[in-house]
Design a protein around this ligand. Structure first.
Ligand code: ZN
Ligand code: ZN
Length: 414
């Protein structure tokens, strides 16, 4: 197809906008929408606004971020700037969420943007931002409203993923990879998502029926027992927010996931893919847990950044998520390292350091933060997914009576 220089198929881009509004958000007539995106994603922002208004949106409010503006701060701002965040803005965003505004985030910026900047400044700015955003983020973590993340193939991101290609070729290849993973390479992506959600629901029903007390992961460099939180519930695919709207928070998604017990994780685990965190690639991560807490952490590259992440707060050393993804998942089989969690977490079983999701508890959206903590749910400013799956991982489900049930064998559902 002729694509007028951008390398991005306009038909599939329009379908992606429709999927974001109808499947990702399931935006309701009269509902407002708050949307964030990199400026490069403006073509997708415009299409999403168009489909949102056609679906009856009340008001679509976009907020765009620019890479050059971000770099200007790191290069020219006074030192004290790195402990600042626009709290007034986050307060407003929190108010919008409290008034049932839906939330959409378009990702697609340069994953290596800050790789040349002072890591201490990056960490301080992130922490100030996390603290200011926390009250609003809690409404997302507690699933008060329908929300969604989709991706746009920004040029700098595409050059990182397909380093050997000319820019237009790289953008075209990343666009096709995003479209395939987001199921908009089919004529009826809405129906394809309905089928996919049904398949994921079959897995979560099976896991919820077993009510495992723990999962045991074994593989090269890994011998890890992850206790599951009391009253945990497995989730995957479409889910219903507290405002009653059923949405697909992540486009794409291949995972089924639940909440580990913050105090009951024991053993050693080796990462199977590099972790791209705020411009730094952290490679060959290996950590050891005792009583749910990371007590040893190594990486062949980016170890200092990993250490800083783990020191964010007490909960940063504990798990907030465990997720199962078969090695045969389409994103895994594409063989592409996306340097972006939205995609890379759907290529592999993973765990997440930090904050848990309320929806991963039975009746979780009715529980208070105190009740969630009492059941073993972790609390932190961070939530960082980290890949531990491969074609060599076996997983057993361990019952309350100590019985073992095969869940994964050699990276596939048993
Ligand atoms: Zn996940
Ligand atoms: Zn996660």
């Amino acid at each position: 197809m002729k694509t007028h220089g951008s390398g991005i198929d306009p038909v599939k881009l329009d379908r992606l906008a429709q999927v974001a509004v109808k499947v990702g958000l399931n935006l309701q007539p009269g509902q407002d929408l708050f949307l964030t995106a990199p400026v490069a994603a403006l073509p997708l922002v415009r299409l999403i606004a168009e489909h949102a208004y056609k679906a009856g949106a009340g008001l679509v409010t976009p907020m765009l971020a620019d890479e050059q503006l971000t770099l200007a701060r790191y290069r020219h701002a006074a030192d004290a700037s790195f402990d600042r965040a626009p709290g007034w803005l986050y307060d407003g965003i929190g108010k919008a969420f409290a008034a049932n505004t839906a939330r959409l985030a378009i990702v697609g910026d340069n994953p290596m943007l800050l790789s040349g900047e002072d890591p201490a400044k990056v960490a301080r700015a992130n922490k100030a931002n996390s603290v200011a955003y926390q009250p609003a983020l809690e409404k997302i973590a507690n699933f008060d409203i329908n929300w969604n993340i989709v991706a746009f193939p920004g040029a700098a991101w595409a050059r990182q993923v397909f380093a050997g290609d000319a820019e237009e070729v790289a953008v075209g290849r990343l666009a096709e990879a995003i479209f395939a993973a987001s199921r908009v390479d089919r004529d009826d992506p809405i129906a394809a998502w309905a089928d996919h959600n049904a398949a994921l629901a079959t897995r979560t029903r099976w896991l919820n029926g077993h009510r495992f007390a723990a999962l045991h992961f074994s593989g090269p460099g890994t011998d890890l027992t992850i206790g599951l939180a009391d009253g945990h519930e497995w989730a995957g695919g479409a889910a219903t927010a507290k405002n009653g709207v059923t949405c697909n928070a992540n486009i794409p998604t291949e995972e089924v996931f639940t909440t580990p017990h913050a105090l009951r994780v024991e053993g050693r685990v080796a990462g199977t893919k590099p972790l791209s965190y705020q411009g730094t690639l952290i490679e060959d991560i290996s950590v050891r847990f005792e009583g749910g807490r990371i007590v040893e952490a190594q990486a062949s590259r980016g170890e200092a950044v990993l250490a800083k992440v783990l020191d964010t707060d007490e909960g940063a050393r504990r798990l907030g998520e465990v997720a199962l993804v078969p090695h045969s998942s389409p994103i895994s089989q594409s063989g592409i390292l996306f340097y972006n969690t939205l995609f890379d977490e759907n290529a592999s079983c993973h765990i997440a350091l930090g904050q848990c999701y309320a929806k991963c508890f039975v009746d979780g959206t009715k529980l208070t933060p105190e009740q969630i903590a009492a059941q073993g749910g972790n609390k932190s400013l961070i939530h960082i997914d980290w890949m531990i799956g491969s074609g060599q991982i076996d997983i057993d489900g361990i019952g309350a009576d100590g019985s073992r049930t095969p869940v994964f064998r050699k990276g596939e559902w048993a």
